[in-house]
Ligand binder design. Structure first.
Ligand SMILES: Nc1ncnc2c1ncn2[C@@H]1O[C@H](COP(=O)(O)OP(=O)(O)O)[C@@H](O)[C@H]1O
Ligand SMILES: [Mg+2]
Length: 374
């Protein structure tokens, strides 16, 4: 079978890990990112360019047979033209377009009876300020928010000035017990698989994942329901590729879908070491129309996002690397970003251990020991 050329819009760490896996399959890639020193800039096939501009995305796509993404904020109109030219665009432009906008996402959940936090759509800050009866709430930017930028908690009317002055969604604040995620995959042939739910632990202020545990410590019943929700959504969207679905688990054990992402996801990094098939391999299999791989868990895992230490900006240095590498089952992934800044995602560490208590201790050790400074 002749190997197609795969184009990736976005050249960050997700693209980098996707290409790393793709090399095992002998695949050729083109990757585009506006940052000349993006994590994918080390690969042949990397080009610098805007992924949000019509002309550059259209030109980029000409050399590719299949085009995929590693970030949602891409030019949809160009992808639609490329699709009309006969290119395969996975995930499909309509799905990316829906997910790009948290307003459209929330409306999709409501229209499809998918449980989600109650919400109202808002146009600007002034409109948000009229919803005092809806508080405590969370205001989210419709577009272009990521890693907690674009999410603002509004507990009382005194916080209303923090609302975004742009189209957004105001949703009920959910005092959840846990946040979990399920990554589903659907192949171009319609086959669907899911990974077991993982548990995400967020930085108290930054809304960024600090730790992740796999499998999630939830009841088998909750795990089954989470799995069914993710399958339901990927089937309804008829999406080809990966779909990560983030959910809240309430004290009553109820599930509410928070948001989704149509691409490899931070909550699936551990799959590289601890699942028979990693999320990156699964995404490639899905978009190539190949059989999907087993998603079985090999061993419990913890994943620690390696964030730039607060107070340090400039050329990155890694402190404590040797100490953490001395521990068995510690896998360090550095994304090759030259410069660090506070809370920038610089890498991640996956810890693998059969013994869950030891796993947690090692994860804590890694968190305390490995630091990105200048
Ligand atoms: N309705 C809500 N109630 C309580 N916490 C929320 C709510 N929505 C979001 N959060 C918190 O903010 C985090 C980031 O919000 P999310 O919508 O996932 O945005 P992002 O695109 O930044 O990941 C969530 O993971 C969760 O911890
Ligand atoms: Mg999120």
């Amino acid at each position: 079978m002749e190997q197609p050329v795969i184009g990736i819009l976005g050249g960050g760490q997700l693209g980098r890990m996707l290409v790393q896996k793709g090399l095992d399959f002998g695949l050729s890639f083109r990757i585009m990112d506006p940052d000349i020193s993006a994590p994918c800039s080390v690969f042949n096939g990397f080009v610098q360019g805007s992924i949000t501009h019509f002309d550059s995305v259209l030109a980029f796509g000409q050399d590719c047979h299949i085009i995929t993404i590693e970030i949602e904020n891409v030019n949809i109109e160009a992808l639609q033209v490329l699709q009309q030219q006969g290119k395969k665009i996975y995930p499909q432009p309509e799905a990316i377009s829906l997910i790009q906008d948290k307003r459209a996402q929330k409306t999709f959940y409501r229209n499809n009876n998918i449980p989600t936090a109650d919400f109202v759509l808002t146009q600007n800050r002034e409109e948000v300020s009229r919803h005092t009866a809806f508080l405590p709430a969370v205001h989210k930017l419709g577009r272009e928010g990521y890693d907690g930028r674009g999410v603002q908690i509004i507990k009382t009317p005194a916080d209303l000035h923090l609302a975004f002055d742009a189209p957004g969604v105001l949703e009920k604040f959910i005092p959840f017990e846990k946040e979990i995620a399920v990554i589903a995959a659907r192949s171009a042939k319609g086959e669907v698989t899911t990974y077991p739910p993982v548990e995400m632990i967020f930085h108290p202020e930054k809304n960024l994942v600090e730790y992740l545990f796999a499998p999630a410590r939830i009841s088998p019943q909750t795990a089954r329901e989470a799995d069914a929700l993710a399958r339901n959504i990927i089937e309804r969207l008829q999406l080809t590729g990966l779909l990560a679905v983030e959910m809240f688990v309430t004290a009553k054990g109820e599930l509410l879908v928070n948001e989704m992402a149509p691409r490899p996801h931070n909550s699936g990094h551990h799959t590289i070491e601890t699942h028979i098939t990693s999320q990156f391999e699964q995404h490639l299999r899905a978009i190539l129309g190949w059989p999907l791989g087993s998603t079985a868990l090999i061993a419990p895992a913890a994943m620690i996002n390696l964030l730039g230490e607060d107070g340090y900006s400039g050329p990155a240095q890694y402190k404590g690397l040797e100490q953490v590498l001395q521990q068995p089952g510690v896998h360090v992934h550095l994304y090759g970003k030259k410069n660090t800044k506070p809370f920038r995602k610089m890498g991640h560490v996956t810890v693998v251990d059969e013994d869950v208590a030891r796993l947690h201790r090692k994860a804590e050790f890694v968190k305390q020991t490995l630091k990105v400074i200048t």
